[in-house]
Write a protein of this length. Structure first.
Length: 271
């Protein structure tokens, strides 16, 4: 029961961040699940993969909630999404296959490093709008989707930290970038979660109640909690300046990413 409570709390906070920032919530869910699974003595060999696979599964629900809320306010550019979606699916499936070949502690350290990069961007860099700029050609949008999907599946995120800057650069307003990013999280999450469930089928040391690298109880608890709070976050994103919240989120990611990076490297005997 205590484990369930931790899953629900992680889901509530991840959903709020997903709605506010156009991210899938994975940068909150993955570190949280790594800590929870480690505290309950899951095998270090599968902790990171299980956290990533479960995170991607939950982002399916979070993205649907967030994109519906943004779409109601005209924040989703479906004309851009349709060209990126194919690349996002291909990249996510490839990313799941790549992650399956990475050592668990190494993957944990890589996730920590990625979280630190996102934190640096949120704390020190701004996404500048370039309104009126012509959209990139469809092949460029498809290629960007492939790269974003690849990185997102490896790290268990919805891709917002990469998609929002790309869409800003492509000429979309911040509001449309956040909303379209939320929609882009859906193909990433579906393809990535299916990939992790498939590639984790025959892995040893997995706990009971999993389908491959997807933890079912964690998926259900986090999904329900994040579905509710993602709508709240999306509403706030259209009403409040998010600068202070982004800075706070960046500080949180700095601590989370630093801890994951340190523990992963320490587990491998590097530090």
């Amino acid at each position: 029961m205590t484990m369930v409570i931790w899953f629900i709390l992680a889901g509530m906070f991840a959903g709020l961040c997903a709605g506010l920032f156009g991210i899938g919530g994975g940068m909150i869910i993955v570190p949280a699940l790594v800590w929870i699974f480690t505290a309950y003595h899951y095998s270090p060999d599968v902790v990171a993969h299980l956290a990533v696979g479960t995170s991607l599964a939950t982002i399916i629900v979070t993205s649907i909630s967030s994109l519906m809320a943004h779409n109601k306010r005209g924040g989703v550019r479906w004309d851009v999404w349709k060209y990126m979606a194919g690349g996002l699916v291909i990249g996510s499936l490839t990313g799941a296959a790549v992650a399956d070949q990475i050592n668990g502690l190494m993957l944990q350290a890589m996730i920590g490093a990625a979280a630190l990069l996102v934190a640096f961007k949120m704390l020190f860099l701004s996404n500048k709008e370039q309104l009126g700029k012509p959209l990139p050609k469809p092949p460029v949008q498809f290629g960007a989707g492939t790269g974003i999907g690849l990185a997102s599946a490896i790290f268990g995120i919805g891709g917002g930290s990469l998609t929002v800057p790309f869409l800003n650069w492509s000429g979309l307003s911040m509001r449309q970038s956040v909303g379209t990013s939320a929609a882009c999280g859906l193909p990433i999450a579906v393809a990535g979660a299916l990939g992790f469930a498939w590639f984790g089928q025959d892995v040893a040391n997995l706990p009971q109640g999993t389908i491959g690298f997807v933890h079912i109880v964690a998926f259900v608890c986090i999904s329900v909690a994040s579905f509710i709070t993602a709508k709240v976050g999306a509403k706030l994103a259209h009403q409040l300046p998010a600068t202070t919240l982004k800075k706070a989120f960046g500080v949180l990611l700095t601590f989370a990413g630093g801890q994951l990076l340190w523990s992963g490297l320490a587990g491998m005997g590097i530090v």
